[in-house]
Ligand binder design. Sequence first.
Ligand code: GDP
Ligand code: MN
Length: 399
Amino acid sequence: MNIHEYQGKQILKSFGVNVQEGIVADTPEQAVEAAKQLKIDYNSDWVVIKAQIHAGGRGKGGGVKLAKNLEEVKQRATDIIGMQLVTPQTGPEGKLVSKILVAQDVYYPGASETKEFYISVLLDRAKGRNIIMYSTEGGMDIEEVAEHTPHLIFKEEIDPKVGLQGFQARKIAFKLGLSGGAHKEMVKFVTALYKAYDTTDSSMFEINPVLKTSDDKVIAVDAKVDIDENALYRHPDYAAMRDTAEEDPTEVEASASNLNFVNLDGNVGCMVNGAGLAMATMDIIKLAGGEPANFLDVGGTANATTVKAAFNIILKDPNVKAILINIFGGIVRCDRVAQGVIDAYQEIGNIPVPIICRLQGTNAEEAKKLIDESGLKVYSAIALKEAADLVTKVLAEQA
Ligand code: GDP
Ligand code: MN
């Protein structure tokens, strides 16, 4: 689950990480009030107005703007709230900005003595360990740094038995070229950042840039946080940070029905039990000459209720030309699933696209018989090859 920058900073702060202070606002008037409140403790009168959307690269898209006085705060806030912000990560349609963060300008005075770093904590799946990835090249797109100057990206592996060690935090500060007070600040920063990542059950905390100020403070200027959804039951306060307006509406509906669903661009919808089989089914669709329109794992219980919810979600996509149901009946019996498909079909009424239903496993033959005798426009199959050929056939018929 992704959260907004301002929420990520709240979490960081609660773990003792220094952050660029800010106040979130929904209207230009609130932004002005926020700016008044902020001019407390930093040496600058400037503030920065930052669009809150679940995508990076906001600076490049015009979603991060400095304001030198309250007049400008109001102007910038008016410009940014309600804008359709396009960044390299949003796609061409952009994202609607409904909140902004009014934050203290931490770069001045003495901007020439500031330095931007990149620091992230994430799970390295290949190593099966958390790592801290860091670079002297902060403030830029890390993918670009990785491409052009990969030797400037460093990684520190964390042993899960002992966690982040003091010497590792010191090594990171040293490799970032820091000494004296800034070195000490960085050690504290990295230690608290790792604690935040670990305690919140996150899969990523990316801080880009981490700023060393002219007076040697180390501050998180940005925060991209991804909390593991499977752990949210342990963190009701973080679960409440979810902003469904930022998510794909169909995916939000699917998760309400407990379906694992990801929207894709293709023309063949699929409904499968088990993530591995779902991946294999997407391959089969490609082999059959189609493109998967989605990933959908109905989980262990493929009954009429889940099948109906899955149908409704798949049918929302106007690109869908056929639906492939691929269920393996191990614990769940195929004839039960077949009955579920028939019931769901009849409840929904006229489904406008052909359905191919491949049921294999316990009582597969009975299931096929049920489907064939239902009189509905559902093609049955037992072997995978048969199902793939049917996909090819129904797509050809519509071409
Ligand atoms: P992103 O573009 O979505 O990654 O948003 P960031 O929060 O990283 O902001 C983009 C850029 O704006 C940063 O790399 C900084 O260079 C700049 N920026 C952010 N906060 C301030 C600030 O307080 N003062 C100044 N001068 N620049 C800032
Ligand atoms: Mn950033």
